[in-house]
Write a protein that binds this ligand. Structure first.
Ligand code: MD3
Ligand code: FE
Length: 222
């Protein structure tokens, strides 16, 4: 192999993996969390979080009940009610701190961020979103975090879905991208304040998660 060819091969992240720009500063690490043992460990860790802080349908400040069920792990958790959106250290359902972020989840997020150049990413919040068929997330920006220079890392598990990714202008028509089990995306820089959402989940069956899609978003809130 010539030197140039060897360099090209070394640039590939690994077997069955891909790395590409979904948009400027939005790096899709295809299959990054899909290793057989790793995927199983991640799902088990998420199930343990859900067992101690159950999934629930939050109400928006406008009074709508979200179709996506949510919970959190880590020092801070995202919540919404009639009073607004915010991060809280205590689960309002139990009055107790959110469950700690399982090490395998934290390590995955830190490794993904480092892979694309964010060497110091240390998330203090992980929002767990659970979609059943028909559930969707309308176009929004994530700006409740103090430090918008830190990226967000997302991990998709279970059924595939169409993810909508726009610009910082709500009226720009968003692009459509499939996100499947094991896909990880690092959203930094210009992508951090882009409008995004999730199309209604189509029915299907995933070998491990059944009729569900679970998305994890790792964030630096404080
Ligand atoms: C781009 N979650 O929890 S993950 C959210 O699939 C959220 O559950 C979606 O949007 C989901 O806020 C999308 C991809 C994602 C997450 C956060 C972002 C993309 C992002 C924040 C800024 C820019
Ligand atoms: Fe979001």
């Amino acid at each position: 192999m010539t030197g140039a060819t060897a360099d090209l091969f070394e640039a590939l992240p690994g077997p069955g993996l891909s790395q590409r720009l979904m948009a400027p500063d939005a790096v899709l690490l295809g299959g990054f969390a899909r290793g057989k043992d790793e995927g199983e460990a991640l799902v088990c860790a998420v199930e343990a979080v859900i067992a101690s802080a159950p999934l629930r349908h939050l109400v928006t400040p406008g009074g709508y009940t979200m179709s996506v069920a949510m919970t959190n792990c880590g020092a801070l958790g995202w919540v919404s009610d009639r009073a607004g959106y915010r991060y809280e250290a205590l689960d309002p359902l139990s009055g107790r701190p959110w469950p700690a972020m399982p090490a395998c989840l934290l390590e995955l997020a830190v490794r993904a961020a480092a892979q694309v150049g964010f060497a110091h990413f240390r998330p203090d919040a992980c929002l767990v979103n659970c979609y059943e068929p028909g559930a969707r997330l309308s176009l929004h920006q994530d700006k409740d975090e103090l430090d918008l220079s830190a990226p967000i890392v997302s991990v998709s598990l279970g059924l595939p879905v169409v993810f909508l990714f726009g610009t910082t202008l709500r009226s720009d028509r968003p692009g459509r991208h499939w996100l499947a089990h094991g896909d990880v995306v690092v959203w930094g820089g210009a992508a951090r304040l882009a409008y995004h959402g999730v199309a209604p989940l189509a029915d299907g069956h995933h070998a491990r998660l059944g009729r569900r899609r679970i998305n994890l978003t790792f964030r630096t809130v404080r």
